[in-house]
Design a protein around this ligand. Structure first.
Ligand code: PMT
Length: 226
């Protein structure tokens, strides 16, 4: 049985959005609900893996996991992932990490003075790319969230992301508009790896996570066999 490859394996998963503070009461964030990453944590735990879930702020109930780490910002998530990645065999990045953060968050609530306000943003580190670039990286699974209409465009953008970030596998989904993967309970994924792909049609994130877990187990087992 293919899931046996996961039994006892340390697996690190990121989930949810990040919050980038502008001041003590305001932030930049996105529409990730955490559902996809939480469902993956559950599916991998059910398969016998030792899961650590590192999650940004969500409205979901705290998962029944021994290893659960709540974070706020991309820099927090980066630090918590880096502190644990050396011990993990598989890393799955389902989080919607903010690519930018306010360059100088203010220590007190800012007051409105002008009609317009310009924000100065600075790049956040890419957690997934830095994990995959390690000397001895774990088996690394990324996600790609793209506002495209065709499956060909989705495949092209996700393949570029997989190659640029040197990932073992990438799960691509459309976001934005009605068909998006954010927030809702169901989603569809196009999963791509070196030399293959598999389309997982629209289904609940719980079912999707179980199907993706099987694909991960298959590819992980092959990567350790060679
Ligand atoms: O949380 P839900 O509401 O269930 O929605 C699920 C989802 C749409 C958030 C999920 O399926 C998904 O696509 N997650 C990745 C969202 C994203 O940020 O995609 P991206 O294409 O911008 O990033 C590519 C990959 O790099 C992702 O694996 C991301 O976790 C990772 N990344 C990105 C930026 C960064 N600074 N660090 C990262 O690790």
């Amino acid at each position: 049985e293919v899931l046996a490859a996961l039994r006892g394996l340390p697996v690190l998963i990121t989930a949810g959005p990040t919050r980038e503070a502008l001041d003590p009461v305001r932030c930049l964030t996105n529409h990730s609900s955490g559902k996809m990453g939480y469902a993956l944590a559950q599916a991998l735990t059910a398969a016998g893996a030792e899961v650590t879930l590192i999650a940004g702020p969500t409205a979901l109930p705290r998962p029944a996991l021994d290893q659960f780490v709540a974070v706020e910002s991309a820099l927090d998530m980066y630090a918590q992932v880096l502190a644990r990645v050396a011990e993990c065999a598989i890393f799955i990045a389902a989080a919607a990490v903010a690519d930018y953060r306010p360059a100088s968050p203010l220590p007190t609530k800012f007051k409105k003075h002008t009609a317009d306000l310009t924000l100065h943003l600075t790049r956040n580190p890419d957690i997934l790319a830095d994990v995959a670039a390690r000397i001895a990286p774990p088996f690394t699974v990324g996600f790609a969230a793209e506002t495209v209409t065709t499956v060909e465009e989705l495949a092209d953008l996700a393949t570029a992301k997989r190659l640029n970030k040197r990932l073992n596998m990438i799960a691509a989904n459309r976001v934005g508009g009605d068909s998006g993967g954010f927030e809702r309970d169901d989603n569809a994924l196009l999963v791509l790896w070196d030399g293959g792909n598999h389309h997982l049609p629209l289904q609940s994130k719980t079912q999707l996570a179980a199907a993706l877990t099987i694909l991960i187990a298959e590819r992980y087992a092959l990567s350790t066999a060679s």
